[in-house]
Design a protein around this ligand. Sequence first.
Ligand code: FES
Ligand code: FES
Length: 179
Amino acid sequence: MKTRLPRKRKVHLRIRVNGETHEVAFAPHKTLLEVLREDMGLTGTKHGCELGECGTCTVLIDGEPQLSCLVLGLECEGMDIITVEGLADGPQPHPLQQSFAELGAAQCGYCTPGILLASKALLDEDPNPPRDRIREALSGNLCRCTGYIKIYEAVELAARRLKDPKAEPSREILRGYEV
Ligand code: FES
Ligand code: FES
């Protein structure tokens, strides 16, 4: 006679994501990345290495950038989580999203959600970060397409647009786009 293994029980948790509280049931071993993607349908957060090395799974937890592949969903009860789906203000993209799109700071886009969230955390803390600070804040987010310069320029433009929504890319940047 076969012995039946006990079915893994699911845990039920209240998680606050992008300003809304959700009741979610998931297997207790799941990471926050898995809970977001598989149990909540929020597939904007990407999974890459799942080892804490690439940064593509970055989300904000209580305002701090965290690698969601290294956090258990169970640990997130009562915490405030922001994913890339929560960046826009209704139909209005966040200045970071707008600047990344406009300056071509995303190519395949796989790294982009994580970079947007890490950049948001930086700009929330320092509205006028020098290039070195941007480089340091994004040092844990790998990108295999853009070469980073456009990403840094997009973060700088977004910082200006958060103060003045009409701010435009500088002439030097636009010159770099001429063919
Ligand atoms: S998937 Fe989390 S750091 Fe790579
Ligand atoms: S845009 Fe392709 S990895 Fe960054």
